[in-house]
Design a protein around this ligand. Structure first.
Ligand code: SP5
Ligand code: ZN
Length: 343
């Protein structure tokens, strides 16, 4: 299996993350991708390719133009205002307020476009996010052009929490959604996105919620107990034309692989029935038993097992990297899925 990877991921290197009342070193750090690419190379998964440059058109196909402009210009605006360091919103359009207008003030704009406080804005973030979507798109084209049946986009920063016009959960551009739309724009009629990251893919759900040309399925920690807290319940099944094309599988704290696998089997049966032209897997390995911010109990071998099961769909498949924070073991867990797929 070919891997697409860019060293530009390193440009996303925030100093801090607000975590349980303290500023800590971010869980979503450059070392994650270094460990994964190291495992890809050491274990001989296959060739590693640089991404092509797709520009902004495929981003604009799923994200709001004002949001994209905000991400591009924010650090300049922040520094022009005389502010220093990294940026976190001090105020949000939360439930008792309505964002009827986009503020002019730089901190107001930040609050408008942010969805969580775990993700600071920093210099280099824009460039890294641009390269991350190029990684996903290049992997998608390897499969779309019929050269490969499966490919791995080693994206960083991740994408599945990024919504039409909001960033957060360590995500800026929704790489999986951008890839799915790209596949549709290149002639696919139907795409399925299977999200196996520990967290609910709230951004991907939001982007495609009223559509029937993208089937979205997510297995995740129950939002009653974990981030993103406000989306990902089982009753969210889509709206309008999208009714019946969104499936959430929330699981409780401590969930075992056996419980997780029962949901995966349901999801795979739904994908099979949908008969998509392509499957995009939002691959987060924060389901691992020793992940520092998550609560599932998957072991190294479980990752091999579910990669094998995803492959039984027999569909052209693109894996795009999402989360996983047990950094020293992220390489083995990620490549286990990919080797499982090929076995
Ligand atoms: C891509 C991805 O995996 N993003 C995840 C973002 C999660 N950020 C919220 C962190 C809050 C964690 N609180 C954990 C409590 C564990 N004791
Ligand atoms: Zn996650």
């Amino acid at each position: 299996m070919k891997t697409v990877f860019s060293e530009k991921h390193k440009l996303r290197d925030a100093k801090g993350e607000l975590y349980q009342g303290e500023f800590v070193a971010p869980f979503e750090c450059p070392r994650r991708a270094e460990i994964i690419i190291g495992a890809v190379r050491n274990r001989g998964l296959g060739e590693v390719l640089e991404p092509a440059d797709y520009g902004l058109d495929p981003v604009m196909a799923v994200h709001d133009a004002g949001f994209v402009d905000f991400l591009r210009t924010f650090m300049d605006d922040w520094e022009a205002a005389g502010f220093k360091g990294e940026a976190l919103a001090p105020c949000w359009p939360s439930r008792s307020m309505t964002a009827s207008q986009i503020p002019l003030h730089v901190e107001g704009r930040l609050g408008y476009y942010a969805l969580s406080t775990d993700t600071v804005m920093s210099r280099g973030t824009w460039e890294a996010a641009m390269s991350s979507k190029d990684v996903a798109l290049t992997a998608t084209d390897l499969v779309l052009d019929g050269k490969e049946n499966v490919a791995f986009g080693l994206c960083r920063p991740p994408g599945h929490h990024a919504a039409t016009d909001q960033f957060g959960g360590y995500c800026f551009f929704n790489n999986a959604a951008i890839s799915a739309q790209h596949a549709l724009d290149k002639g696919c009629a139907k795409v399925a996105i299977l999200d196996v990251d520990f967290h609910h893919g709230n951004g991907t759900q939001e982007i495609f919620y009223d559509r029937d040309d993208v089937l979205f399925l997510s297995l995740h920690g129950d939002p009653m107990h974990t981030f993103p807290h406000f989306l990902g319940h089982a009753g969210e099944t889509g709206k309008g034309a999208g009714e019946g094309f969104n499936w959430n599988y929330p699981l409780p704290p401590g969930a075992s692989y056996q419980m997780w696998l029962a949901k995966l089997q349901d999801a795979l049966a739904r994908i099979q029935a949908y008969d998509p032209d392509m499957v995009i897997v939002s691959l987060g390995v924060d389901t691992f038993e020793h992940d520092p911010i998550s609560f599932f109990k998957l072991t190294h071998d479980d990752f091999v097992d579910y990669g094998r099961r995803i492959a039984t769909l027999g569909k052209p498949t693109v894996y795009v990297m999402e989360g996983g924070y047990a950094v020293e073991e992220i390489g083995i867990n990620t490549t286990n899925v990919l080797f499982g797929h090929e076995s």
